[in-house]
Design a protein around this ligand. Structure first.
Ligand SMILES: [Zn+2]
Length: 177
């Protein structure tokens, strides 16, 4: 990045991101007036874009299922009905993509915590306690026993219980069409 001040104290003391950000934030006035200011803004914006691509998905993104054309895992904004595949740009319906994922989940045995996590990824507000509550009320039958004697549920059974109450982007799904 060009040195807009040219003074001997113009360099940051250290390379930590917080030090650099603090140093830069005190020089926005200088950058605004400097001939090389637009170039600096371009470089900072490029660095921010690069950093954002390197970290986890934004929290408002939910899985939309595999692309119907190329099977790439696709993500959508929460509440969106469709998204585009990042590889082949095919349109991916969130409801259909999730339905394909759930059908594929089929007979996997999972703990209440794992079942809750799977449904949360698909956009449902589900807690492990809620899964166990359905089991206590007889809507869900354990299909096995895991470590420490924890009951295991068939993920497909859990999905059937919850998808009788569809959420945004979901259709009611039956595993037996
Ligand atoms: Zn694709």
């Amino acid at each position: 990045m060009p040195d807009p001040q040219g003074a001997r104290d113009a360099r940051p003391r250290g390379n930590e991101p917080s030090t650099l950000a603090s140093w830069l934030s005190r020089r926005t006035g200088v950058l605004r007036r400097h001939a090389l200011g637009p170039e600096c803004v371009d470089e900072v914006c490029a660095a921010v874009d690069q950093a954002e691509r390197a970290v986890d998905l934004p929290s408002d993104r939910v899985i939309a299922g595999p692309c119907p054309q190329c099977a790439t895992p696709c993500y959508a904004r929460a509440g969106a009905a469709s998204t585009r595949c990042p590889d082949c740009e095919a349109t991916v319906s969130v409801g259909e993509g999730r339905r394909r994922m759930l059908l594929a989940a089929g007979e996997h045995l999972v703990t209440a915590a794992d079942a809750a996590r799977a449904l949360q990824v698909l956009g449902h507000r589900v807690t492990p306690a809620s899964v166990r509550g359905h089991a206590r009320r007889g809507r869900l039958r354990p299909r096995g026993t895991g470590s420490a004697g924890r009951p295991l549920y068939c993920l497909g059974d859990v999905v059937d219980v919850y998808l009788t109450r569809p959420c945004t982007g979901d259709r009611t799904v039956s595993r037996r069409p």
